[in-house]
Design a protein around this ligand. Structure first.
Ligand code: HXC
Length: 510
């Protein structure tokens, strides 16, 4: 009996060293952890339960019959993060470069299927060379099976991808269909075709970093939600993110006990908005002062910075924050900002996370670049996302809410549940200067008259009370009591239920 046990342990030991010590050393020399080391950091200590440790590929071509490594380039299983269940797969670069074979894909699919049945997130750690080249079409089929499961799982369980090394060819599309993608700076890259193919086809000379590094994907393409300095930081931050998310769409978000009273007043908010309406201020300060313990997990911090999106907690429960940022482009709505916020709103709605929206928006960004780039369609995405969301929605207008952007930013008309305004709010079709130049065009040139008309317009419209008289604003509140107001509103809305007409699915303006 003890012989059998020893044999099992020896087999396990062999599987655990993946592609061997030389390749593990090479992985470390590149500043990367191995797949198993990553799992150890990601999960609670001792919680990992592995599946399919002894799976091997079935290929005999190209001398592969003699090259079998247990596990076949991916470590899969389940464990816990702060006591909550997650499923995961981690590509093992030391085994055939983490490349995907038919059997490797089946291991991932098994995890995806189980996560769907049980209702818990799937986290994928990527570090691989794409399709197993020796395997041909079977590897392509394997990718397809994984992709289809990503589609089924979308909106049912959170799916998170972390790119920690190469991620090319077939490997990019599974992350692209997950909810969040993160990258490790300087040692990971993501592209459909690499620098060599790019050079052949388009004659462009680019490095892997220039083509698909973390900087490109967090600032230009917006494919990636955040970048971290190394494996350790990335994995620790994923643990933090998981703490904000429900395990599936059947659950409410987790509640984390806090000492931060909802009655906490923030007197400094009374002077956050400068008296000069053209002066910027930092909307993040408002978010940080409203959330529990100043803990805010920002999504897409480096992209479309005129829009802020991220998770915080109020009274222990997760809330999705969407906010215009007056510090960048005066907080204007453009195509990138609209797309960024729309995707975030849809995630929150799919996973029962209430949405709090802070508004200070001078309108949509004018110009040919925006119009040719599809501003109408991208703006419509955000309008659609807010209008479709049935989770509790609370909106606060701090300063400007002009024109179409007022309507889009979770206004009462888009079924927000509670709409607050600070006394500094200006809710109007447009700013006073622009309005006067249109309605009093004949007076242009007569400075005195224009100043008088501008003042008249400001007095009449640039306040929250015209909207409040119509019930578009439920209450004009003191800035210092914002946290308490929102917390009480969210508590009141906890049992909100909305019936929507049956449909197969919507036709979001993609
Ligand atoms: C089989 C692979 C492999 C692959 C790497 N390896 N990629 N084996 N299939 N796709 C193996 C190498 O042979 C090597 O084995 C080990 O992994 C490490 O690779 P190196 O090249 O030594 O490492 P490095 O220099 O760090 O370069 C990493 C790399 C490079 C940039 C990822 O290996 C690479 O370019 N690989 C090929 C990428 C690719 O073209 N993939 C196919 C994409 S097509 P040893 O035994 O020496 O350790 C695709 C289509 C799917 O994915 C579409 C589905 C929709």
């Amino acid at each position: 009996m003890s012989d059998i046990l020893r044999q099992l342990e020896a087999k396990r030991e062999q599987a655990r060293i993946g592609g061997g010590q030389k390749r593990i050393d090479a992985q470390h020399a590149k500043g990367k952890l191995t797949a198993r080391e990553r799992i150890d950091v990601l999960l609670d200590e001792g919680s990992f339960e592995e599946f399919d440790m002894f799976v091997e590929h079935r290929l005999n071509d190209f001398g592969m019959g003699d090259q079998k490594m247990p596990g076949d380039g991916v470590v899969t299983g389940w464990g816990t993060i702060n006591g909550r269940l997650v499923y995961l797969f981690a590509k093992d670069f030391t085994v055939f470069g983490g490349s995907l074979s038919d059997t490797h894909a089946q291991k991932i699919c098994k995890i995806q299927d189980m996560a769907m049945k049980v209702g818990a997130p799937v986290i994928g750690l990527f570090d691989a060379g794409g399709a197993r080249i020796q395997e041909g079409v079977a590897a392509l089929g394997g990718y397809g099976e994984v992709f289809q499961r990503n589609v089924w799982a979308s909106g049912v369980i959170p799916q998170i991808s972390v790119i920690m090394g190469p991620c090319a060819g077939g490997d990019v599309y599974s992350p692209a269909m997950t909810d969040f993608i993160f990258m490790v700076r300087d040692r990971s890259y993501m592209f459909v075709t690499g620098p060599d193919v790019v050079k052949t086809v388009t004659q462009e000379n680019v490095t892997a970093e220039e083509l698909g590094g973390a900087k490109v994907h967090t600032t230009k393409s917006s494919i990636v939600d955040a970048a971290f300095d190394d494996d350790l930081q990335a994995l620790t931050q994923i643990r933090r993110l998981i703490d904000f998310l429900p395990l599936s769409n059947r659950e409410d978000p987790p509640v984390i006990e806090t000492e931060d009273e909802i009655t906490r007043l923030e007197m400094s908010l009374d002077t956050l908005v400068p008296t000069n309406a053209n002066k910027p201020y930092d909307m993040k300060e408002l978010i940080l002062k409203v959330v529990d313990e100043g803990d805010f997990f920002e999504i897409q911090e480096a992209f479309a910075q005129n829009m802020i999106t991220g998770f915080g907690r109020i009274d222990g429960s997760t809330v999705g924050f969407v906010a215009n940022q007056p510090m960048v482009l005066a907080g204007v709505l453009d195509s990138d900002g609209s797309r960024k916020a729309a995707r975030f709103v849809r995630f929150c709605d799919a996973f029962n996370i209430p949405i709090v929206t802070f508004v200070d928006v001078p309108g949509f960004l004018p110009g040919t670049a925006q119009e040719y780039g599809g501003l109408i369609k991208h703006g419509a995405k955000l309008l659609f996302a807010f209008g479709q969301a049935t989770v509790p929605k609370i909106t606060l207008i701090t300063r400007k809410a002009y024109g179409g952007a007022y309507v889009v930013m979770s206004s009462k008309h888009m079924q927000a549940d509670i709409n607050y305004a600070w006394p500094t709010a200006e809710i109007a079709v447009m700013g006073a200067k622009g309005a006067v130049e249109i309605i009093y065009r004949k007076d242009i040139g007569d400075e005195e008259k224009i100043t008088e008309r501008t003042q008249e317009y400001e007095d009449r419209f640039l306040n929250p009370f015209v909207a409040a008289q119509r019930g578009y604003i439920d209450e004009v509140i003191m800035p210092h009591s914002t946290r308490r107001r929102i917390a009480r509103g969210l508590a009141m809305l906890r049992t909100k239920q909305v019936e929507t007409p049956w449909k197969k699915h919507d036709n979001l303006p993609l």
